[in-house]
Design a protein around this ligand. Sequence first.
Ligand SMILES: NC(=O)c1ccc[n+]([C@@H]2O[C@H](COP(=O)([O-])OP(=O)(O)OC[C@H]3O[C@@H](n4cnc5c(N)ncnc54)[C@H](O)[C@@H]3O)[C@@H](O)[C@H]2O)c1
Length: 425
Amino acid sequence: MHEISIIGLGKVGLPMAAGFGAAGVKVTGFDSDPGRGELLQTHDPEDRTICLEAGLSAALVKARPNLQAADNIGEALEASDISFVIVPTPSEADGSFSLDYVADAFAEIGQALPHLNRPHLIVLVSTVSPGSVSGTLIGILEKHSGLKLGKGFHLAYSPALIALGDVICGFMQPDFAFVGETHSEGGDQLAAFYRDILPENTPLHRMSAQSVEIAKIALNNFLTMKISFSNLIGQLCNETIGADAHQVLGALGDDHRIGSAYLKPGMPFGGPCLPRDNAALASSLQKAGLASDLPDAAFRINQELMRQLANLTDPGPGKRIAVIGLGYKAGSNLTDESAAIIICNHIAQTGAEVRVGDPQINNMDLTNLDADVQLFADLEEAVRGCDTVLITGYVQTDIDVRSLCLPDTCVIDIGDGFAIKRGNF
Ligand SMILES: NC(=O)c1ccc[n+]([C@@H]2O[C@H](COP(=O)([O-])OP(=O)(O)OC[C@H]3O[C@@H](n4cnc5c(N)ncnc54)[C@H](O)[C@@H]3O)[C@@H](O)[C@H]2O)c1
């Protein structure tokens, strides 16, 4: 039976622990917030702040015999052969990822390493900027342990290729997994673990940690470019009488060289990963003295689309406008870098009255939302008396919001797949 520890039981670490535990791996979790560790043994399935994650509640129940919480990092390491580290790496002003939390965790791991009676593999899962593993992190482990990489410990980089809301599936049934190695023995150990746990034939992309550092942010940048490209074509279709963005992009997606995923007109990209990875690639390119036009353009197009969507509501003093759905994507109650919040703020700045409708509102982080925006969990109340209703599609409800609107209300429905559909329903 594999014995692993997971350091950091946040939005990604907790579902990861549940997924591996449910698959028969013995998991010892540690989080500097003891409340997160307790979730391994007790959680309220109705608590939507924790469980708006597909299958998390069921996986935690199934995994329970295999899950335990440690009181400190040393205890977690002692109970395991492999430690996965998944702590925050907030973005710095220049777009690179801060290593502060990882450095703290690695210092503690380093101190614990000499006390272990078996070699240990540390696997960094948090997203880091290119050069971080070899430039900083190996040194922290060596300094605090007094050991040398490859002699007493190994280090690998295997960033999470997951989407919040679907983390367990992302970990347990990935399209592929990264094995970013600093030493072949550590790479062998991680590859053997993945071979045992992941579905047969899951491709393992084994390469240097430096290559994986670039590949992780490059992957998300490809998605942001595809989204911005789709939205640009969507906007052109909207401006062209007789053109239909769905038909145009649908045809392009049938070309096997392009593929249909993310090739739809719709909301601008947002969330805790895509904008950050976009900025991180731009930053890495600039530091390498290379042109960052591609990631910069994807970002600018995205920002511009948010402004255009706000303008499309025809905002201004005396106007009452509803925005329905505030999460950063469908199926999530998270609002990190939510495009809907930025759109609301643009509208509010014109002096219009903005009403947000979202049944998840009680669980959302609304700190970035303009203070004048009014919040309604009841969608009917949110749209009442509005001149314009903008439906983001990121709302969790079975209610057809358009049916709540009066005939003279202007409805802009982005969620039903049209880039921008404007008119009375
Ligand atoms: N959220 C995503 O969609 C996503 C996707 C892919 C990758 N990632 C990456 O995963 C990493 C973690 O993201 P998250 O969303 O889970 O963050 P999070 O803030 O939800 O959770 C991080 C957890 O780490 C804990 N922690 C901090 N320092 C610690 C320490 N020294 N020891 C033990 N625990 C510690 C915190 O208490 C917190 O519970 C980030 O690098 C992020 O970029 C996130």
